[in-house]
Design a protein around this ligand. Structure first.
Ligand code: ADP
Ligand code: MG
Ligand code: ZN
Length: 712
């Protein structure tokens, strides 16, 4: 009460930001980055703020709003976020109201009245509120101090969390920003690639905005990315975490089953438990509390874990499989080392993970045909969901998924009674883009694992901070191979050293070459598999001989990504034949391998072979690119373009590059062999199997064997 009196009587505009920070928020110092943002916002600049979750973005608009006086309008996509923020501000004695569908009419009316009589400092609304008749006009009756758009990435269809309701936001803003001295727009988000950043600025009609993007670099995290065959992961994690100095730890599993089985393993040697969405809320709460209190030292979780966790001393975060997006991955590793002490993160992956992720992708983003089928059944006349479900020729799960997506993209409206009516026909557009964005996210994770650039820099760049991205971290497996714990490095052989010399020769006198061209240019005896070649390039980057830059261009509607390889000064100065230390990344360190060899349970033929045997230098023989395989790859690509056009999807939805290359290398002759290739599931075999096998057979001059597998 006292604070309230104080706030309403004191003229805040004369206070410095630092004084307001103390007087209102009770904080002694600004967090990194906060002060310049506050100053710019107080001055009335339009602003885009991209900082990681938990960095303290809210304060950056709240403090300026108070300093500017009047009411700040805050648009937020989730009721829970709104409630949380509003409660925090009220507790500080500020005058706050919110309007969303979870409140009754009387509350909304009161909020509007308070707004109109000028007694509010903050008004929180959901974006769809602006579509309510008369509401924008009501808002426009007063001059706003500032307009904050929280989770602004939701506005962009190029973002992964697109909400059509956010899309229309921009059209209401001009009326709310009366000149002169229009209310500044403050867009904030924790995740925006540069395309999304541009889209936010354009959609909101921001004028000459300042962009603040920072705080993504974590100085005390050492990131390791290691290829580990699936059966090797459990024993490796067990050995890693057996060292008490590496605990407390969080292990992220890809499935509930994996979470249970890893937790079971680990609890033989340390206090560990599983945590996933399949557990009842009481158990989940107990696990979380016990971990927070230090009674549990390891939690093996699916992505559902960690939101409410505020534990400063987590020493290790392990990903027992490929994450679905760098956004999640970054957030998850970010839970390590909050206390600033050195901490390590391990990401285990292999080709098998891409298959799992493709499965999730197909599950979460059903084919457009499913949605079209449901959409065709709708009309302006409300129909019960159950009736539609019974009529649709889809299984229950597929129907529900399709309806859910239609609803998100406004192709269908479902009322509280469970009746469905026809929505807008434009759903197909935004849905297809979202599908594409999702597939791209996966692709980016894969490229992150394959990259030979500093891991931390790659993440910082991904989040759009290109200014800070140039500095290598010095700690990750790329920057400091010798310091890697799990990933094994070995010296290159004399033969590999000779190839490195050849690569240096190839690059002499040119600005750069594409990695693919470089690989083709090596003479036939030196031909390495793509994986070996990449390993050698990574080693050369490490030794400072070359630099690699990712680039892309568009061809026939397809984004072609490639890597530019350039000689460094040291590379230029290198004397041919002189020996130098090159280290190659090569599986996992001996002590973390399971001994004796675990029998492979894989029923699928072909690689990857089990590499458990001690001293085994590498996998089963790697397929080597040949002129034939390259010819086949070209044919497959041509077919893919035609197919993608026919289906109206991006090319990689038909086949990922890596899948296509694997087909070209292994040249399957039977559906079963095709299935054994990562990235090919039964659905793909059914859709494209015949065509692909036909192409492979044509290459060999034989007829394909189109019989499917023996039925059990
Ligand atoms: P986000 O960037 O994820 O939106 P929030 O704005 O919710 O983060 O802030 C995260 C937490 O940090 C909040 O509990 C907030 O009170 C706290 N915080 C923000 N700024 C400071 C500061 N300068 N000093 C101390 N705590 C702060
Ligand atoms: Mg926030
Ligand atoms: Zn690094």
């Amino acid at each position: 009460m006292q604070i309230y009196a104080l706030l309403s009587t004191v003229d805040l505009s004369s206070n410095t930001p630092a004084e307001l920070l103390q007087a209102i928020f009770g904080f002694t110092t600004f967090r990194p980055g906060q002060e310049p943002v506050c100053r710019a916002a107080i001055a009335g600049r339009d602003l885009l703020l991209v900082m990681p979750t938990g960095a303290g973005k809210s304060l950056c608009y709240q403090l300026p709003a108070i300093a500017r006086g009047g009411t700040a309008l805050v648009v937020s996509p989730l009721i829970s976020l709104m409630e949380d923020q509003a409660a925090k501000l009220s507790a500080l004695g500020l005058r706050v109201a919110r309007i969303h569908s979870g409140l009754d009419r009387a509350d909304a009316r009161k909020a509007c009245a308070d707004y109109l009589n000028g007694s509010l400092q903050f008004l929180f609304i959901a974006p769809e509120r602006l579509r309510v008749n008369g509401f924008p006009e009501m808002l426009a009756k007063r001059k706003l101090a500032l307009i904050a758009i929280d989770e602004a990435h939701c506005i962009s269809q190029w973002g992964h969390d697109f909400r059509p309701d956010y899309r229309t936001l921009g059209q209401y803003l001009p009326a709310l920003r009366d000149a002169p001295d229009p209310a500044p727009i403050f867009a904030l988000t924790a995740t925006a690639t540069s395309a999304v950043q541009k889209d936010i600025v354009a959609q909101l009609g921001m004028t000459n905005p300042l962009a603040f993007i920072h705080g993504f670099r974590r100085e005390n995290l050492a990131i390791e990315v290691v290829e580990v065959p699936v059966p090797e992961r459990a024993p490796a994690i067990f050995k890693l975490l057996s060292d008490p100095a590496r605990r407390p730890a969080i292990v992220y599993a890809v499935s509930r089953k994996q979470s249970e089985s890893l937790a079971g393993d680990l609890s033989r040697a340390m206090p560990a438990a599983a945590y996933h969405a399949g557990l009842d809320p009481v158990t989940r709460e107990r696990v979380q509390t016990a971990f927070q209190a230090g009674e549990l030292e390891v939690v093996v979780a699916t992505i559902a874990f960690g939101m409410g966790i505020d534990k400063p001393n987590i020493r290790t975060v392990v990903h027992a499989g490929l994450p679905g997006a760098l956004e999640n991955y970054y957030q998850e590793i970010g839970r390590a080392g909050r206390d600033g002490a050195p901490s390590r993160t391990f990401l285990m992956h292999s080709y098998a993970d891409q298959r799992t992720q493709d499965f999730f992708l197909n599950r979460d983003y059903p084919p457009v045909e499913h949605l079209t089928r449901v959409f065709a059944m709708l009309s302006a006349h409300p129909q019960p969901v159950e009736d539609l479900r019974a009529k649709a020729e889809l299984d229950e799960e597929a129907f529900d998924k399709a309806l859910e997506k239609l609803q998100i993209h406004q192709g269908a409206h479902v009322d509280f009674g469970g009746s469905v009516t026809l929505g807008r026909s434009g759903w197909k557009n935004t849905y297809s883009i979202q599908m594409q964005v999702r597939a791209e996210q996966l692709d980016k994770v894969v490229r992150f694992t394959e990259s030979c650039q500093c891991r931390m820099s790659a993440l910082v760049r991904h989040f759009g901070d290109s200014e800070d991205a140039g500095r290598p971290c010095g700690k990750c497996d790329v920057c400091d191979p010798a310091g890697a714990i799990l990933r094994q490095f070995r010296r290159v052989t004399a033969a590999e050293l000779r190839i490195a010399d050849q690569i240096v020769d190839e690059l002499c006198g040119v600005d750069h070459k594409a990695a693919g061209t470089l690989q083709k240019g090596l003479d036939l005896v030196s031909r390495l598999s793509r994986k070996e070649f990449d390993g050698l390039l990574a080693a050369m980057v490490q030794a400072g001989l070359i630099e690699i830059e990712e680039d892309e261009f568009e061809k026939n509607g397809e984004i072609i990504r490639f890597r530019k390889v350039r000689l460094t000064r040291a590379g230029h100065d290198r004397r041919p034949g002189a020996s130098f230390a090159l280290l190659m990344g090569d599986g996992i360190v001996e002590e973390f391998r399971s001994l004796p060899a675990t029998p492979t349970r894989s029923k699928r033929p072909g690689p990857p072979a089990n590499r458990a045997a001690a001293n085994a230098p590498s996998d089963a023989p790697l397929a080597v690119a040949t002129p034939e395989s390259e010819h086949l790859a070209v044919r497959l690509r041509e077919w893919r373009i035609v197919e993608a056009k026919r289906l109206g999807v991006p090319a990689y939805v038909v086949l990922h590059d890596r899948t296509l290359n694997a087909i070209a290398l292994t040249r399957p002759a039977h559906p079963d062999q095709l299935l054994a290739i990562d990235g090919i599931g039964p659905a793909k075999v059914e859709k494209f199997g015949a065509a692909i096998l036909q192409l492979c057979a044509a290459e060999l001059g034989t007829t394909p064997n189109l019989e499917s597998r023996d039925q059990p």
